[in-house]
Design a protein around this ligand. Structure first.
Ligand SMILES: [Zn+2]
Length: 278
C-alpha cells in the first residue's frame, strides 16, 4: 500500500491510496466518522438571579431563548482536544467524578447588549484550552441580560451523539483511468468541450488527458464521443480520499487515531478467534 499526500492543513487532508481495496478504504471511512473522539460540551449549569457590574448597574442572569437551545449550541462548538491527554469519563481513573484527564470546564459571563461568541467561553484550568475558532456566534444579548453559566466538556464519539463527530465530509473515489484510442479518435474535440472538470485537451488534433486526478468519472466524455474512442473507468486498487475535521483535532491526528482503532479491533478479533479455535 502506498500513500501520496495531495493536500494537508491543520483541519483538512486528502491523499491518494494505492494498492488498497474498496473494503479497506470503506472501513477507514467508517472509523473516521464514528470512532475518532473529541471533547464536546455536555453539561451546562445556568445561574439565576441578579448580577451587578463595577458601576453597580443591575443585570439579570438570563438568555433571550430557552436554556436548552443555548446548551445545544454550546454542544456543537469545536473544543480543542488532545487525544493523548483526554480519556472517556467512564474509563477515567477518577471513576467518572470528573478530573483534568476527562473534562474541560468553561465559564461564560457577558453583559448585554452584545453578541456572545465562542471565544467568550473562558477555560477554568488552562488558557490554552480556549476555543480556537473564537468568532462562532452563539447568541445576541439585549440590555440588562448578563447570563452566568459554567459548561463542562467530556470526551465522546459520534456513536453517542452527532456533536462528538470529529471528521466531516469523509469521502473517497476511485482513481480515474482514461483510455483514448488513437485509431478511433478523429480530433473532433467534443469530449474536451463536454467535460465539466476540464480533464481533457486537444493535442495535435487528438484528445489527450490534461488533469487526470480531476476526473470524477461522470462519463460525459464517453457520451460526447461519436466514435466511442474514449473510455473512463475507476481503478479499484487506487483511491482519492479526503476529509476535514471541525477544528477540535488536527486532521493527521484524526487519521492516525482511526487507523490505530482499526488495527486494535482486528487484533482483538484475531485473538478471540485464536481462543475459540484452541
Ligand atoms: Zn477523570
Amino acid at each position: 500500500m502506498q500513500l501520496e499526500l495531495l493536500e494537508l492543513s491543520d483541519t483538512k487532508i486528502s491523499f491518494v491510496l494505492s494498492g488498497s481495496s474498496p473494503y479497506f478504504v470503506n472501513s477507514l471511512r467508517r472509523a473516521l466518522i464514528t470512532d475518532v473522539p473529541k471533547m464536546a460540551i455536555e453539561d451546562v449549569e445556568f445561574h439565576l438571579g441578579p448580577i451587578r457590574d463595577a458601576s453597580g448597574k443591575e443585570f439579570e442572569s438570563i438568555f433571550p431563548i430557552f436554556d436548552e437551545m443555548v446548551a445545544h449550541r454550546l454542544g456543537l462548538l469545536p473544543i480543542p482536544t488532545d487525544l493523548d491527554v483526554y480519556t472517556f469519563k467512564d474509563k477515567c481513573k477518577c471513576g467518572g467524578e470528573g478530573c483534568p484527564s476527562c473534562r474541560i470546564m468553561y465559564k461564560l459571563n457577558k453583559m448585554g447588549p452584545c453578541t456572545v461568541y465562542s471565544g467568550d467561553l473562558e477555560p477554568l484550568d488552562d488558557p490554552k484550552l480556549a476555543i480556537r475558532d473564537d468568532l462562532i456566534p452563539i447568541i445576541k444579548l439585549t440590555d440588562g441580560q448578563a447570563p452566568l453559566i459554567y459548561a463542562t466538556a467530556y470526551l465522546g464519539t459520534s456513536a453517542m451523539h452527532a456533536k462528538w463527530q470529529t471528521c466531516i465530509s469523509v469521502g473517497y473515489r476511485y482513481y480515474p483511468e482514461i483510455q483514448i484510442s488513437e485509431k478511433k479518435c478523429d480530433g473532433c474535440g467534443k469530449c474536451v468541450e463536454r467535460c465539466p472538470r476540464k480533464v481533457l485537451r486537444l493535442d495535435k488534433k487528438k484528445a489527450a488527458v490534461e488533469k487526470l486526478a480531476a476526473c470524477v468519472l461522470c462519463e460525459s466524455c464517453e457520451e460526447a464521443c461519436p466514435n466511442a474512442a474514449i473510455k473512463a473507468r475507476g481503478d479499484e486498487t487506487r483511491f482519492i480520499m479526503g476529509f476535514e475535521t471541525d477544528g477540535s483535532v488536527p486532521a493527521v491526528r484524526a487519521l492516525s487515531y482511526a487507523l490505530k482503532k482499526l488495527e486494535d479491533e482486528f487484533t482483538e478479533f484475531r485473538e478471540k478467534l485464536g481462543e475459540e479455535l484452541e
